[in-house]
Write a protein that binds this ligand. Structure first.
Ligand SMILES: O=P(O)(O)OC[C@H]1O[C@H](OP(=O)(O)OP(=O)(O)O)[C@H](O)[C@@H]1O
Ligand code: HPA
Length: 184
């Protein structure tokens, strides 16, 4: 991980994109939309670790329907700000067969992570796979997947906070920041 001084420098230089209050309002709105869609379904919620940890913890108590909960762990950015090959750390368990699955993640960026997870779940027999993301980045490029539920739209910059890390740091911030242009 980057050192303490570097982490503070990145935060000092960053631009606030969404305040904590805006994030909380978006999660409340998302929770209502997801609850309306799944109230008769009892889906399996799968949190995509580690970035989804904050979003998952904040949205779960606002979801008003019976659900099963589990997680997968996959990464393709590691401690960098550029995506690479997807590395599986914990895959889905066999119990997804026949289930309606809702993936929760912090960010849909280029879309390769959620697309790969969805493919693997469908290959394991999941009946349907929907995606809810706290944020989606407007990359200007086509993506291999669409999210069914999107909380907040992001500019095409490297962001951090609310579960999203910059070189391992600052997942714990309650608001969302963008790194100063040219810093990545
Ligand atoms: O749409 P994509 O371009 O594929 O990027 C999105 C993914 O990138 C981040 O994960 P990361 O690989 O950084 O691992 P992390 O969850 O441990 O931060 C994030 O949590 C998403 O899962
Ligand atoms: O902009 C980002 N920030 C943090 N993590 C990410 N994973 C994909 N894109 C990003």
């Amino acid at each position: 991980m980057i050192n303490n001084a570097e982490a503070w420098r990145i935060l000092d230089d960053a631009d606030l994109i969404y305040s904590e209050a805006e994030v909380q309002a978006a999660i409340t709105t998302l929770a209502a939309a997801i609850s309306a869609r799944f109230k008769d379904t009892t889906p399996l919620l799968l949190s995509v670790m580690g970035g989804a940890v904050v979003f998952t913890g904040q949205i779960l108590p606002r979801l008003y329907f019976p659900l099963d909960f589990d997680y997968v762990h996959a990464t393709r950015y590691g401690k960098t700000t550029r995506g690479g090959e997807l590395e599986w750390i914990v895959g889905p368990r066999e119990s997804v067969a026949g289930r309606s699955v809702l993936l929760l993640d912090d960010i849909l960026d280029e879309g390769h992570t959620l697309a790969a997870i969805r493919s693997r779940l469908l290959a394991m027999g999941a009946a349907e796979v929907a995606c809810a993301v706290l944020t989606e980045k407007h990359t200007g490029q086509s993506k291999p997947i669409r999210a069914d539920f999107v909380g907040l739209v992001l500019p095409n910059r490297y962001v951090f906070g609310c579960g999203m890390d910059v070189e391992g740091a600052w997942r714990n911030l309650p608001a969302i920041y963008a790194m100063k242009d040219g810093q990545t």
